[in-house]
Design a protein around this ligand. Structure first.
Ligand code: GRF
Length: 211
């Protein structure tokens, strides 16, 4: 499956997807990276990996049309937002309906939007995490594909918590792409369903004492 990534910043999730694609058994490959920020490190990561990388200026007219044309011209089958700091307009979302996913650093629907890790700390929750979801017209509201739970530890601050969550982002984003590329993901009435036996059973955990 041909994957295009939209990124605005350091691109560590992009890197996780690039690295996963380096495995011969992985059924998807990043072939295009687009950024709204000229100096995004994500563009450099793409170039270093020999992937087509392009900056498009968001202030120019027809920005989303150009982004969409690049995606179509490169035969992209799945668009992954990875730290893309813009809300996609409805016309873009419907142009690639059901083919755009995003990663967010909280257990959605809790703490959508910016500074999700700080919002979790401020709310005093014991468990937060990260979510991969399909993108719809809302802000971090689309159907949930995968989540990883991360405990909040007594001395956590925004930095330590973000770092711990990020490690799980790097695990679940490639996994979600794999499941989609293998055809194991369906969305029915806004709820994601997996093919039978896509996952073995898992135990839960209690935070802050893990079993
Ligand atoms: C990640 O925390 C992601 O969940 C959020 O923005 C951050 C991007 O980090 N949407 P990176 O650019 O992938 O390193």
């Amino acid at each position: 499956m041909r994957v295009g990534v939209l990124a605005s910043g350091r691109g560590s999730n992009l890197q996780a997807l690039i690295d996963a694609g380096g495995n011969a058994n992985f059924p998807a490959e990043v072939v295009l990276v687009l950024s709204d920020k000229k100096n995004a490190y994500a563009l450099e990561r793409a170039s270093m990996a020999g992937i087509r990388a392009r900056h498009l200026a968001p202030k120019e007219e027809g920005f989303y049309r150009k982004v969409g044309d690049e995606i179509e011209n490169h035969g992209i089958e799945l668009v992954c937002c990875a730290g893309f700091m813009r809300i996609l307009p409805p016309e873009f979302v419907s142009r690639f309906s059901g083919r755009i996913i995003n990663i967010h650093p909280s257990l959605l629907p809790s703490f959508p939007g910016l500074h999700a890790q700080k919002k979790a700390l401020d709310a005093g929750v014991r468990v937060t995490g990260c979510t991969v979801h399909f993108v719809d017209e809302g802000v971090d509201t689309g159907p949930i594909i995968l989540q990883a739970a991360v405990p909040i530890l007594p001395r956590d601050d925004e930095g330590t918590l973000s770092e711990r969550i990020l490690a799980y982002e790097h695990r679940i984003y490639p996994l979600a792409v794999r499941l989609i590329a293998e055809g194991n993901v369906r969305c029915i009435d806004g709820i994601v369903q997996f093919s039978e036996n896509a996952f073995p059973g898992h135990k839960g955990f209690i935070s802050p004492v893990s079993e």
